[in-house]
Design a protein around this ligand. Structure first.
Ligand code: ASP
Ligand code: MG
Length: 458
C-alpha cells in the first residue's frame, strides 16, 4: 500500500517565492515516489501577528480597515503574480478576494462595535490559514501537481474547549475527514488548514499560537500517516547555538522529552502535537526546507535506549517568582488550592512550584506578574500571609530520559553552576523525572546554560 505522509508546512518557511518553489519540489518528488500526501499549512510568515495587531487598530478607528485589507491582499497576491498559468492565477485571486471580503466585514464589525470578543479574535486569527492554502494550491497546480484545498468547515475539522486553546474532537473529525478527504488522496495532494477548528455552535476556535503542528499531529493520527514537520532548521538542538556554540542537533527525542522541551519554550514542535501521535505510536521528523536530504530530529515512542543523561537544555527567558509565606499554612490544607484557584480564575498558568513547610514559591510568565499579584490580594481573607515577588528571572530546564534513575545528577548540576558563581533561586525536579528545572537571575541565564551544557553534553 502506498504510504501516506502528512507534511506540516510552517509559516516560518512561507516567506518568499523560493520557499514556495522548494515546497513544490519536495511535494512533486514525493508524488513521483507514489506517496499520498496531506499538507497541513500555517499562515504565511507574519500574517497571524498582522491579523492580531489589525484587530486592535480597527477597534480604535474604522478608517484603518481599508488599509489593512489592502495590505493583506498584497501580501498574498504578490506571490500569485508568479503563477504562470493565467486561469490558475485568476481563480486563486478570485477565491482570495472572496475570503478577504468576508474578513473585511468582520473587521468593520470590530470597529463599529468597538469590541474584540474571544469569539471574534479567534475568527479573525483563523484567516491566515484560510488564505495561505490558496497560494500554495496555485503553486502546486501551476507546476502540474494535482492539489485541492478544503477548508476546515468543509472538511469537518471539529473542536471543543476554550477559544485560543481548543482541542480537536477526534472521533468526529476522523469520521468527517475519512469520508470527505480520503477518496481525494488517490489522485490529489490534499491541503488542509492548520491552527483552527469549528465547534458545535459553529464557532471558530484556534488551538493556540503555533497550533498548526497540533493540527498536523491529529491529522496524521486520523490517516495513520508519517508526519514531517517542515521548517527552516533540521530539528531540536542540545541548546540554543547562539548561546552555546558547541550545541549539536538531537537525533531522537521520545514523546515526553519533546513535550517537556516544547513547554519550556523550544519553538520546534508544539507540545500539544504529541498527544494524538502517542495514541497511535506515530513518528514525526523535523525536516529542513533548505536541506531536505538531511536527517532531522525524529520524535517517537520510546524504543531507543539513549546514552545521554541530559539531551537538551531549554529555557523560558522572562519569568517572575512569587513566594507566599504563612506559618498558618502548616495546618491549613486548603491553602495551596486557594492560591492556585485564584490564579486560574484569571487564567494565569504556573510553570514551576516549590514548597516548604511555611512557604510556597512558584513562577509565572513575567508579563503575568501584575495580574497574578492582583489575583492574590484576597488571599489574606483566607489566611494571614506575606506575599513577595522577584522579577528579572529565567527558568532553565535540563531534559533527558536518562535523568530518570541516574543518581547524583542534581549534585553535578548545582556544582557546575556553583563553579560559575551562579546562584539558584528555585529548584524543581519534575514528577516526570526527565526534567530538572531551576530558576536563575536573567543576567546569569546564558552562563547557566553554558555551564550545564559543558557538564552534561559538550
Ligand atoms: N499561524 C499560527 C501562528 O502563527 C499557527 C501556526 O503557525 O502554527 O501561531
Ligand atoms: Mg509555527
Amino acid at each position: 500500500m502506498a504510504k501516506t505522509v502528512v507534511l506540516k508546512i510552517g509559516g516560518g518557511v512561507l516567506k518568499d517565492k523560493s520557499s514556495f518553489d522548494r515546497v513544490v519540489k519536495i511535494v512533486a518528488q514525493k508524488k513521483a515516489n507514489g506517496e499520498k500526501q496531506i499538507i497541513v499549512i500555517s499562515a504565511l510568515y507574519g500574517v497571524t501577528d498582522f491579523l492580531i495587531e489589525s484587530m486592535g487598530k480597527c477597534k480604535q478607528d474604522h478608517k484603518q480597515v481599508e488599509g489593512i485589507i489592502n495590505s493583506l491582499k498584497k501580501m498574498h497576491k504578490d506571490y500569485l503574480a508568479f503563477i504562470g498559468n493565467a486561469d490558475i492565477r485568476k481563480k486563486a485571486e478570485f477565491v482570495l478576494d472572496d475570503k478577504i471580503s468576508l474578513l473585511e466585514k468582520f473587521l468593520y464589525g470590530i470597529s463599529y462595535l468597538k469590541e474584540i470578543s474571544p469569539r471574534s479574535r479567534d475568527l479573525v486569527q483563523s484567516f491566515g490559514e484560510r488564505l495561505s492554502p490558496i497560494v500554495l494550491e496555485a503553486f502546486l497546480l501551476d507546476n502540474k501537481v494535482p492539489a485541492e484545498f478544503i477548508d476546515a468547515e468543509e472538511a469537518g475539522i471539529k473542536c471543543h474547549g476554550q477559544f485560543e486553546n481548543a482541542l480537536v474532537d477526534l472521533p468526529r473529525t476522523e469520521k468527517n475527514l475519512l469520508s470527505k478527504a480520503k477518496p481525494l488522496l488517490a489522485q490529489k495532494v490534499l491541503l488542509l488548514p492548520g491552527y483552527y477548528g469549528i465547534d458545535d455552535s459553529n464557532d471558530v476556535k484556534t488551538f493556540g499560537r503555533g497550533g498548526t503542528d497540533y493540527s498536523a499531529g491529529f491529522i496524521a493520527n486520523i490517516f495513520d500517516a508519517e508526519l514531517e514537520i517542515w521548517k527552516d532548521v533540521s530539528g531540536f538542538m542540545t541548546a540554543d547555538p547562539k548561546v552555546v556554540p558547541a550545541a549539536k542537533q538531537i537525533d531522537f527525542l521520545n514523546y515526553e522529552e519533546a513535550e517537556e522541551l516544547g513547554y519550556l519554550g523550544a519553538k520546534i514542535l508544539h507540545p500539544k502535537t504529541i498527544a494524538p501521535m502517542r495514541l497511535k505510536g506515530l513518528y514525526a521528523e523535523v525536516k529542513n526546507i533548505f536541506a531536505p536530504e538531511v536527517k532531522g530530529t525524529l520524535i517517537g515512542p520510546d524504543k531507543h535506549k539513549s546514552d545521554e543523561v541530559v539531551k537538551s537544555i531549554a529555557c523560558t527567558k522572562d519569568i517572575a517568582a512569587i513566594t507566599v509565606k504563612s506559618s498558618s499554612m502548616v495546618n491549613n490544607p486548603g491553602f495551596a488550592s486557594e492560591i492556585f484557584s485564584l490564579l486560574s480564575e484569571k487564567e494565569i498558568a504556573v510553570d514551576m512550584i516549590a514548597t516548604s513547610e511555611i512557604a510556597i514559591s512558584f513562577t509565572v510568565e513575567a508579563k503575568n506578574l501584575p495580574l497574578a499579584l492582583d489575583a492574590l490580594k484576597t488571599l489574606e481573607n483566607f489566611c494571614p500571609c506575606e506575599i513577595t515577588s522577584t522579577k528579572e528571572l529565567s527558568l532553565v530546564g535540563a531534559i533527558g530520559q536518562g535523568l530518570r534513575g541516574s543518581p547524583g545528577i542534581a549534585g553535578r548540576l548545582f556544582s557546575a553552576l556553583g563553579k560559575e558563581n551562579i546562584s539558584v533561586e528555585l529548584i524543581a525536579q519534575s514528577a516526570s523525572e526527565i526534567n530538572v528545572s531551576f530558576v536563575v537571575k536573567k543576567n546569569d541565564l546564558e552562563k547557566a546554560i553554558r555551564a550545564v551544557h559543558k557538564e552534561f553534553i559538550a
